[in-house]
Design a protein around this ligand. Structure first.
Ligand code: AVJ
Length: 318
């Protein structure tokens, strides 16, 4: 069966952006590379595998909440709105909204080009009457897409606690920047992971099968594949710790010994035990997140959680 056509837009990160950010990240102290670079094709596939892990409660809990509140979201959304998803990944969660909402169109935005194409083609096959648009873009930068038209009302969907990758100031800035995109009559549905017992959090980022470790280490593999970096992957190990005061998980690649990463003629010396920060994942209480949203100019209209209060889904008015 031939797949319905996807409208595909490209506003991609280029290879030179990756190179520039890796160079900068290796040169600064403490060393750090932004988590958006996890998501090459293999990284997106590894993340999808993380979502299936028994320890990674986030995805299945959010799906359960969405299943329960999708009808209410549909009632709050503008009729005939375009559904726009930021960081659409496998486009699995959005199916719960599509089933309740039947929007006029869906726009998936993701940084992982090939993965985005495959995920939206699968979706278009399963929803043959839906107009599916896909944009390869970095939503932390201003969106310069020709779609949706400015006249279209929007329901913006930002699931998975992707907002957790940004610190509190960056989150506020990102949300404020997205407000005009959501628009006056639009709605913003955002999934936010909640603060909880540290043992549960630690386990979610240190799974027994080591999938999260492979996801983290894939950043080094990507540096080799795409940038020709010379490094020994077995010289690094995955570490994820919960900083309770800051309310965040921090992920690192830790150098097991003194060693060098060579990249385009430059040498970066690592001492034994030295850490390269690869990700933060901020956790919120419901009230903390609502206050953040309000500072960014939104009105928090509704919030849903699971009975164990592991995860939250917020409906914000722009
Ligand atoms: C996609 C950013 C929400 O922080 O939980 C999962 C990424 N990193 N396991 C998260 C991730 C390690 C994930 N987010």
């Amino acid at each position: 069966m031939s797949a319905p056509a996807i409208r595909f837009y490209d506003q991609a990160e280029t290879e030179s952006d990756f190179l520039a950010e890796v160079r900068r990240g290796l040169a600064r102290r403490p060393r750090a590379i932004p988590p958006k670079f996890f998501y090459d094709r293999r990284g997106s596939a590894l993340f999808a595998a993380i979502c299936e892990l028994p320890e990674y409660y986030l995805t299945r809990t959010e799906m359960r909440i969405l299943r329960d509140c999708a009808g209410e979201i549909a009632r709050r959304a503008a009729k005939n709105a375009v559904l726009v998803e930021l960081g659409s990944g496998a486009s699995e969660k959005v199916r719960l909204l599509l089933d309740a909402l039947a929007p006029r169109a869906y726009l998936a935005i993701d940084i992982s080009r090939d993965y985005l194409r495959e995920a939206t083609e699968r979706l278009a096959r399963d929803y043959p009457r839906l107009a599916v648009h896909a944009a390869c873009a970095d939503f932390t930068r201003p969106l310069t897409l020709s779609y949706p038209p400015s006249s279209a009302e929007r329901l913006v969907f930002f699931p998975g606690s992707s907002i957790g990758n940004f610190d509190r100031d960056e989150s506020e800035t990102l949300l404020r920047r997205l407000r005009p995109f959501v628009g006056r009559d639009g709605g913003f549905v955002i999934g936010v992971d909640l603060k909880k017992d540290r043992a549960l959090l630690r386990a979610a980022y240190n799974d027994a099968q080591g999938v999260t470790a492979r996801f983290n280490l894939n950043l080094l593999a990507r540096m080799r594949r795409e940038l020709g970096a010379d490094l020994d992957m077995s010289g690094f190990e995955h570490e994820a710790v919960y900083d309770e005061t800051a309310g965040r998980i921090d992920m690192y690649l830790v150098s097991r010994r003194a060693q060098t990463i060579s990249l385009k003629g430059e040498r970066y010396e690592f001492s034994a035990g030295e850490r390269l920060h690869t990700e933060s994942s901020y956790k919120y209480t419901v009230e903390e997140f609502q206050a953040l949203a309000a500072r960014a100019g939104y009105v928090p209209e509704a919030v849903w959680t699971d009975p164990a209060r592991l995860f939250s889904v917020h409906f914000l008015r722009a």
